[in-house]
Design a binder for this molecule. Structure first.
Ligand code: ADP
Length: 205
């Protein structure tokens, strides 16, 4: 039996809208949203892992693969133990992980990727604007500075974009994320709601 987590990946450049969509999806029974960046940010900055996270993210760089995947595996397993994530009922929505091909390979034994939702926003200035607004609202040190934002994009293009090649093409759905959150959401749901119902009978508690 395939015991891996049934998963949908939310994919896209920084500022493309993964977080916004992921948060909404996570409020719907039958979906469990896991944002790698949010979990990293929740770690005590004075802890060993917190220091590593700060060191890399403040430069707009990725945390090393081994550390990231280990943190993810431990965290998701803890969430199943506390019953936050019900693996027999919830489709896992991964946001911000895997972010390198090496991470994708390491995670193959844990996740069964059913769909990849690739959010595409061609308007760079709109993305910068989104990141800036978020930096002010959420007090994010990595998005306050345009130099760091540009570094994050360069890292995305070089290390993250190739992750798409790791999966078969038929799994990838491109969604234009320039529309309103509701329009983008409806397009995502049209693709993933049938996946949720095909794999899970009950939902919620
Ligand atoms: P965004 O959604 O704006 O792209 P995140 O909040 O997901 O950014 O991530 C913030 C930072 O956390 C990243 O710049 C990186 O340093 C670190 N991080 C998050 N996810 C990963 C990952 N899968 N691998 C390595 N580093 C990560």
């Amino acid at each position: 039996m395939d015991n891996r987590y049934k998963t949908v990946l939310l994919f896209g450049a920084p500022g493309a809208g993964k977080g916004t969509q992921g948060k909404i999806l996570g409020t719907i029974p039958g979906f469990f949203h896991f944002s790698c960046g949010d979990v990293f940010r929740s770690i005590d900055i004075h802890s060993e892992l917190g220091k590593v996270f700060y060191e890399y993210s403040s430069r707009g760089e990725l945390v090393p693969d081994e550390v990231t995947v280990k943190m993810w595996a431990q965290n998701i397993s803890a969430r199943t133990v506390i019953g936050d994530y019900k693996r027999t009922k919830d489709l896992l929505i991964l946001d911000g992980i895997p972010r390198t091909t090496a991470q994708a390979k390491m995670m193959d034994t844990h996740i069964d990727v059913l769909k990849i939702v690739h959010l595409v926003c061609k308007d760079q200035s709109a993305m910068i604007e989104r990141l800036r607004r978020r930096a002010l609202k959420e007090n994010r040190f990595d998005d306050a500075d345009e130099k760091v934002i540009r570094r994050r994009w360069a890292v995305y293009e070089k290390e993250t974009f190739p992750v798409l090649e790791h999966y078969t093409k038929d799994k990838v759905l491109e969604v234009n994320s320039e529309g309103s959150p509701a329009v983008v959401l409806s397009e995502i749901l049209r693709a993933i709601a049938p996946i949720q119902s095909a794999h899970f009978k009950g939902f919620g508690d």
